[in-house]
Write a protein that binds this ligand. Structure first.
Ligand code: FES
Length: 677
């Protein structure tokens, strides 16, 4: 019998057992991951390059090693040796990078398929919204004209500039502005190094960029009007960067990319674990994210037709783990009781200290964190949505592999977080995939025939609108997973406890290898040649994720003496694509009027842009976050019982009046009394 080995493909998270001797590219295709090729696997196009990750991956119970792939052959070596520039640029070495069409699997491996090799590029759903932002950047430019030094007045260049700058600042900002005296101003060392030459080359007429009214960070010859900044949201899955003109606020470029840390763990806990288990773990994760940020900076600068050195400031937000890793702070204490971050307050640091390629004197501002798992991204969401200025009680939910929740109004804000796992994003679901062409994104099931119809990313309309629908589907993404589970429950294929009902008349309901399942797409409709079902196991994964989220929301409501929020705001790319009614039908969000549920897209990115363009907002969010009350869910004595009640659809004992008409078959669950106190 042929030996089998485990292959894990990141960032898709696809995994499976394949026969020894299968090429990586073939194995990937079998698992529904397309890797590019334009040379018919002749080792001449290099489109199929992949990276072998080495080490113990506890989560998957595998040791991944380069030797678990066949040795680099002559054709492959020949191709790679002809690409020294590419390998140097990427920091890859032969053996680590392989042509997936050439290498055969001889043992367990974890393979990272880089963006450029992916056949079905990820749709990164993080775009910037139009919003009004008052422009008050941390960096202001002043034109300064000086008389050159002479033997009578041999004042040093910096002091001469500082005196001229003080005059300019007062003229521009008016007498009422609180401004430093010239001797209180400072100049960044990197800027000082070129100062004398710039002053002389410009004939003593320069434009000076001042950060926070105190530090000179750039001196340019003549009159220069514009300067630039970047706002970045580092998500566990996706990194989004927005390049803005700091004078006008105009959004010049929006770039995004998968978070490369995903190869070390899909969620924050597994990445923390990786840094604990590997002495060089933090370094690897830190370098990976810095590399991606530099790549995005370069792309954005290219789009905006500027140089990266013209970017004078960056604002970063991200969950607490991403925050720690990008700052090169060890995240291990975030994952251990009593769960404390290294710092709550916002951080200002020179970009060069982190290896970020913007102006050599440029600054990085990182928004404050609130709790161990309520990070700077939640601070940014608060800044963008302003619940602290409302009379109504708003519930903000940012859903990802971890969900952060904030509830309250101008009087009081409470927050918590809960791990929802990657199931809601399409991982850990048998045919789950991220939102990319070929992913089913919507599902509807007819209650009479129990036949489904579905929509696929990249294909117009429903599958049933097409006379012939063949070979289009690759998997099912987060929004359709919610749809599918809600529909299975609505039409009565699964009961409120998530169990498949036996004896229903449909060829789509069958007993598969891993228990009962419902086939959404038949093999001939897919490009992977296999039926795509929702399995009992998949339904269980969603039950766990939605129960975690629901209990978190309910706990905050209880702590605030509220039965229901006045408004539910779903932040994050995921929230934008889920069907609110279906989300409520499975009890992912609390019962409330559907027209009070809003999806707002990437609010964390919006918050980062606001902080970039308006320095006063940084102080505002610093003071708001200091007052937010935090709750750690596991310390709630009712947590276990509440969790069990919430695993039912939509809930074991709560009425969910606003969607009750969709499930007339629902009956009271006799188990409920066992968990109610
Ligand atoms: S497919 Fe062209 S080099 Fe592998």
């Amino acid at each position: 019998m042929t030996k089998k080995h485990t292959i894990i493909l990141q960032p898709s998270g696809r995994r499976g057992q394949v026969d020894e001797g299968t090429s990586v590219r073939t194995a990937a295709r079998e698992l529904g991951v397309d890797i590019e090729s334009i040379c018919a696997e002749n080792a001449t196009c290099g489109k199929c390059m992949v990276l072998v990750e080495e080490g113990r991956f506890e989560k998957y119970h595998i040791d991944s090693k380069r030797e678990h792939l066949s040795p680099v052959g002559a054709a492959e070596r020949d191709y790679l040796q002809r690409r020294p520039k590419l390998l140097k640029e990427k920091g890859w070495e032969i053996g680590q990078v392989r042509l997936s069409c050439q290498c055969k699997i001889l043992g367990d491996v974890l393979i990272n398929v880089p963006e450029e090799s992916r056949g079905n590029k990820q749709i990164v759903r993080k775009s910037a919204r139009e919003r009004h932002i008052e422009i008050k950047p941390a960096i202001r430019k002043y034109l300064v004209s000086m008389t050159p030094p002479n033997l009578e007045r041999p004042i040093a260049d910096w002091e001469r500039l500082a005196k001229g700058l003080e005059t300019s600042m007062r003229l521009v900002r008016g007498a009422e502005a609180e401004l430093p005296r010239w001797h209180e101003l400072t100049i960044d060392y990197q800027c000082l190094r070129t100062l004398s030459k710039t002053l002389r080359d410009s004939n003593w007429n320069v434009t000076v960029s001042v950060w926070q009214d105190k530090e000179v960070i750039e001196v340019q010859a003549g009159y220069v009007e514009d300067s630039y900044g970047a706002a970045v949201d580092i998500g566990s899955t996706t990194v989004a960067l927005y390049l803005c003109n700091l004078r006008t606020g105009e959004l010049l470029a929006a770039e995004s990319e998968m978070n490369p840390q995903i190869v070390y763990g899909e969620d924050v806990m597994s990445r923390i674990q990786y840094t604990i288990e590997h002495p060089d773990g933090l370094e690897k994760l830190h370098k990976a994210i810095i590399g991606t940020l530099n790549k995005l900076l370069k792309q954005a600068a290219h789009t905006a037709k500027i140089k990266t050195s013209e970017i004078l400031e960056m604002v970063l937000v991200g969950n607490s783990t991403m925050h720690h890793i990008v700052l090169n702070l060890h995240p291990k204490d975030l994952g251990l009781a009593p769960f404390v971050p290294a710092i709550h307050e916002s951080v200002d640091i020179k970009a060069r200290e982190l290896g970020l390629h913007i102006n050599a004197s440029g600054n990085i501002h990182v928004l404050p964190t609130i709790a161990s798992f309520v990070g700077a991204d939640t601070s940014a969401v608060i800044l963008a949505e302003e619940p602290h200025k409302q009379d109504e009680n708003w519930l903000l939910i940012d859903v990802g592999t971890n969900a952060e929740l904030v509830l309250g109004n101008r009087k009081r804000l409470v927050c918590t977080s809960t791990p929802t796992g990657p199931a809601l994003e399409g991982a850990h679901v048998e045919y789950g995939m991220r939102a990319a062409p070929g992913a089913i994104e919507r599902v509807h099931i007819d209650e009479k025939t129990l036949e489904p119809k579905y929509k696929v990313i990249g294909v117009e309309g429903w599958n049933t609108d097409h006379a012939e629908f063949k070979g289009q589907v690759k998997g099912i993404c987060g929004s359709a997973i919610i749809d599918a589970v809600a529909e299975l429950f609505r039409v009565g294929i699964v009961d409120s406890r998530g169990r498949f009902k036996k004896g229903l008349k449909s060829k789509r309901i069958r007993e598969g290898e891993n228990g009962w399942e419902y086939v959404i797409a038949w093999a001939e409709e897919t490009s992977i040649g296999r039926d795509i079902p929702m399995t009992q196991q998949d339904v269980r994964q969603i039950q766990l994720a939605k129960a975690a989220l629901y209990v978190a929301a309910r706990t905050l409501l209880k702590r605030s003496n509220l039965q229901t929020p006045d408004k539910i705001i779903l932040a994050g790319g995921f929230g934008s694509f889920i069907d609110k009614e279906k989300a409520m039908l499975i009890g992912l969000i609390p019962d409330c009027e559907l027209n009070k549920v809003y999806a707002i897209g990437n609010a964390a990115g919006d918050g980062a842009r606001i902080a970039l363009l308006n320095v006063e907002k940084r102080n505002e969010i610093d003071s708001v976050t200091r007052k937010v009350e935090r709750f750690e869910l596991p310390t709630d004595p009712d947590f276990q019982n509440n969790f069990m009640l919430a695993t039912s659809f939509p809930h074991m004992n709560e009425p969910f009046e606003h969607i009750a008409h969709l499930i007339p078959h629902r009956t009271a669950d006799p188990m409920a009394k066992n968990f109610m106190k």
